[in-house]
Design a protein around this ligand. Structure first.
Ligand code: FAD
Length: 622
């Protein structure tokens, strides 16, 4: 039968990519359907109940700056908050929240259910409706045909999902959920390259069986961070501590002695696992000289006794899991509430996608999240937002949009995926971005919200708050630029207490703020602003003063690269003579022989840093 309504966009899957895709499409005003197995699993966290961390919170704040839901849900669910790298520079500073799994799910569902233009239908998608090379709808597992102008596929680990616990395995989307087989089979018939990846999760432990006195307590940070630009500390629920324990020589012996029974090491799994989130079997094999690994013991929520022991994901049999977990301090009598397991699933080569995340070969079909070979809620949400937005734009005959690498981590993520592809689950790191100082988590709104408003993603409340903040920054910067401290005054004496020498002449507040010894609070105490200045405004003013020189240099670099995109590469160019290029980049340049810098920059694996070196070399030698 035909569904009673047609849509602009159907999003298949209500995970982290799917909810952001559906929210973004609907925010632009497009009639959107979220087609997902089960309404009750919208926003479920398949693995670790935590959001953010280094590189990842940058993505969450960018999603938020474009009006998405993940940061707001995190603010309602975060039960232990940390500011990571707080002593390092602002570029690598990151926010991480341990989340109450149930609160996160409830908050996500609330956001989805309150989004205008968005409807939900609980059914699995079993097939796609095709018209030539274009997709024009989806067919559910009970045969309901739903038509749409564009489809976003965000089926996570469910496509041909296979769960492994030791030598046992069975078909599943994640533990407790059915896999998606017929849709996966259909996708294998389309001209899209398919591969297999795997990921794993640890056993969970009952807190009542744990002796926390043998572990190190890790309370959250004060002041409490906030994830959303629209959020506040008042949104957070009650705060609790995490704990730290360690694996021991005995733990490692048990794992080593049983490694042949691990699904991964017995040859039962063909997919590649996440390098940066390895299983405990992997850690012990790869880092054989280490006698101990730190394990973070994290609460799953405020209303449950379940704990998530972070760092021991495994595909060993259950009896071995019980034995090795009980060798750790505090876990001697641990009761396991769920076994750890590994899951293998189909993913699709993201090199077959355009920057909009639409397939190059199947028109109107967009892909986002784990299906593109990434791992992590944040990476999934970021792609979801972009795919949902572009699906809506395609449905409405509008031009696609994506951020450049120098505008957003979302830009870095998508560019990395579609130009380089991935052979193992891809996760975000700050080191993947060339222009880290520009792409900070604290300025995601400044970078993206205006564009988001233009794209129809930003509602009036957020836009008003954004404009007020920007006006506040401009006002305060102007005050600092035009206010002077004279020597031998009370203000000078207050500041000199922190300076190595007295002020020999007058200085603007802006110049004083550039000095490493002085913070914004010192300047404002010595010469206060007439009106009170919001904390987020103070932060922006301080960072831009302190890092002014570096930020300008990065901006100039970007401009120079852009200006020279049409620079021609001489036919006689000796690629081996270019200093600083990796062998991989040299190889690719020799193979492709690009004619211009712009062409070189589009070769998969040729990074912007390599393009910059190429440009410097050509300028020097021609
Ligand atoms: P998911 O969150 O998996 O959501 C997929 C959604 O699609 C589900 O709602 C599902 O019901 C729905 N769906 C699937 N097929 C259909 C269909 N045919 N029709 C309708 N709906 C459908 N990430 C990490 O960062 N670190 C880790 O260590 C880690 N370990 C993991 C371990 C396990 C066992 C699993 C399962 C996941 C793990 N992850 C980990 C990955 C993390 O869960 C994902 O990166 C994230 O959930 C991906 O989001 P997504 O939206 O792409 O997919």
């Amino acid at each position: 039968m035909d569904f009673p309504k047609q849509y602009d966009v159907i999003v298949i899957g209500g995970g982290h990519a799917g909810t952001e895709a559906a929210l973004a499409a609907a925010r632009t005003g497009s009639a959107t359907l979220l087609l997902t197995h089960n309404i009750d699993t919208i926003g479920v966290m398949s693995c670790n109940p935590a959001i953010g961390g280094i590189g990842k919170s940058h993505l969450v704040k960018e999603i938020d700056a474009l009006g998405g839901g993940m940061a707001r849900a995190t603010d309602k669910a975060g039960i232990q908050w940390r500011t990571l790298n707080s002593r390092k520079g602002p570029a690598v500073r990151a926010t991480r929240a341990q989340a109450d799994r149930a609160l996160f799910r409830a908050a996500t569902r609330h956001i989805v259910e309150h989004q205008p233009n968005l409807e939900i239908f609980a059914q699995g998608a079993a097939d796609l409706i095709m018209q030539g090379d274009a997709v024009v709808g989806a067919i559910t597992e009970t045969g309901i045909r739903i038509r749409a102008k564009a489809i976003v596929l965000t089926a996570g680990t469910f496509l041909n999902g296979k769960i492994h616990v030791g030598t046992e395995n069975y078909a599943g989307g994640r533990m407790g959920d059915m896999p998606s087989i017929s849709l996966a089979d259909r996708l294998r018939e389309l001209p899209i390259r398919t591969g297999r990846l795997k990921t794993g999760t640890p056993a969970r432990v009952d807190a009542r069986s744990v002796d926390f006195s043998k572990m190190v307590e890790q309370p959250g940070d004060t002041p409490l961070p906030v994830m959303s630009y629209m959020g506040s500390v008042e949104d957070h629920p009650r705060q609790v501590s995490c704990y730290i324990t360690n694996t021991t020589e005995q733990t490692h012996d048990i794992i080593r002695n049983n490694i042949h029974r691990s699904a991964m090491y017995s040859g039962n799994i063909e997919g590649t696992g996440p390098r940066y989130c390895p299983s405990i079997e992997d850690k012990i094999t790869r880092f054989a000289d280490k006698s101990s690994h730190q394990i973070f013991v994290e609460p799953e929520g405020l209303t449950t006794y379940e704990l998530y022991p972070n760092g021991i994901s495994t595909s060993l049999p259950f009896d071995v899991q019980v034995d090795f977990i009980r060798t750790m301090a505090g876990f001697e009598n641990a009761h396991l509430t769920r076994p750890g397991y590994a899951i293998e699933y189909d993913f699709y080569n993201p090199q077959d996608l355009k920057h909009s995340l639409e397939s190059k070969y199947v028109e109107n079909l967009f892909f986002a999240g784990q299906v593109n070979g990434t791992t992590g809620y944040e990476e999934a949400g970021a792609q979801g937002l972009l795919a949902g937005l572009n699906a809506a734009r395609k449905a409405n005959d509008q031009e696609i949009w994506y951020p450049r690498r120098d505008e957003a981590y979302i830009g870095v993520l998508v560019d990395d995926l579609i130009t380089m592809g991935t052979k193992e689950p891809y996760r975000m790191f700050t080191s993947r971005a060339e222009y880290r100082l520009l792409l900070r988590e604290d300025n995601a709104d400044t970078r993206l919200t205006e564009k988001g408003r233009e794209l129809g993603l930003i509602d009036d409340d957020r836009w008003r708050a954004f404009c007020e903040k920007q006006e506040g920054i401009a006002r305060e910067q102007e005050r600092l630029r035009t206010s002077y401290v004279q020597p031998n005054t009370a203000a000078a004496r207050a500041l000199e207490a922190k300076l190595p020498q007295p002020l020999a002449r007058e200085f603007s507040l802006k110049d004083l703020l550039k000095r490493p010894e002085l913070k914004y609070a010192d300047i404002n105490a010595a010469m206060p602003a007439e009106q009170s200045v919001a904390v987020d405004v103070q932060e922006q003013v301080e960072i831009s003063a302190k890092y002014d020189g570096y930020i300008q240099r990065q901006q100039e670099e970007i401009e120079t690269l852009r200006r020279h995109e049409n620079m021609r590469l001489p036919e006689t160019l000796d690629i081996d003579a270019i200093g600083g290029l990796s062998n991989e980049v040299k190889q690719k340049l020799k193979e492709v022989r690009p004619e211009t810098l712009a062409q070189a920059s589009r070769i998969s694996g040729v990074t912007p840093a390599a393009v910059s070196m190429l440009m410097i070399h050509i300028k020097k030698h021609n």
